[in-house]
Design a protein around this ligand. Sequence first.
Ligand SMILES: NC(=O)c1ccc[n+]([C@@H]2O[C@H](COP(=O)([O-])OP(=O)(O)OC[C@H]3O[C@@H](n4cnc5c(N)ncnc54)[C@H](O)[C@@H]3O)[C@@H](O)[C@H]2O)c1
Length: 246
Amino acid sequence: MAGRVDGKVVLITGAARGMGAHHARVLVAEGASVVIADVLEDAGSLLAEELGERARFVKLDVREFEQWEAAVRLTVAEFGRLDVLINNAGLVRSAPIDQHSIEDWDLVIAVNLTGSFYGIRASAEALKAAGGGSIINVSSDAGLQGYERITGYNASKFGLRGLTKNAALDLGRYGIRVNTIHPGLIRTPMVEGLEFPQNHVALGRMGEMEELSRLVLFLASDDSSFSTGAEFVADGGESAGLAHRD
Ligand SMILES: NC(=O)c1ccc[n+]([C@@H]2O[C@H](COP(=O)([O-])OP(=O)(O)OC[C@H]3O[C@@H](n4cnc5c(N)ncnc54)[C@H](O)[C@@H]3O)[C@@H](O)[C@H]2O)c1
């Protein structure tokens, strides 16, 4: 049976573990080739090995533009083209704004926001050469509304929406679509220990990685061919308003 992303080549950051790793598995199962980019070399290499011929690992710190250029070169050298970029790498630091360290602010903005700009900047020519493509920027519910104690994260995830609108306008003429996804609380290593009751959420539960991978698959595939500059929410209703479940 034909896969939904047959023949497409996908570069995905932060894919050694968590949601990025799950997206990589689903995309390979649906026919894509993937380059797993991460700072975690052991986990990333193991995953690439497990996924087989249509997967490679590249060490990439998204804060380093030269490493981005090398990652895009490797993708094109190994698989011949680049069709989809997923800016998924991200991290969170927790402190209220009056105690948020300068170092943590700089780190979170560098990885979550500047890293995504670098990715688009480094990939644009390869995506144009492929005749167009899809860029998926991983924002958050924290890109749609405020949350206590995550100043840098909140700002970076809102920033990704602006970056996405701009990139959609500038790259639309090349057939490159650019969208954000906005996960709610999803069970991954990032949120370990945050598994409190979700009674304030319409669906009353955390999300599973698979539920975000299906959304990523849609945006990576031609099924989303008329969507660009848009925001795709998968949060169990968290951003819709306050639920009062028992
Ligand atoms: N888990 C959630 O509830 C949730 C909710 C909303 C949004 N998100 C976003 O989803 C994305 C994936 O999150 P996750 O929950 O899978 O987290 P995770 O911590 O499991 O995975 C993040 C990955 O990013 C990598 N990474 C961190 N800094 C990097 C850097 N400088 N260069 C390259 N890779 C780097 C890590 O090594 C890790 O593999 C993140 O952007 C996160 O902000 C997560």
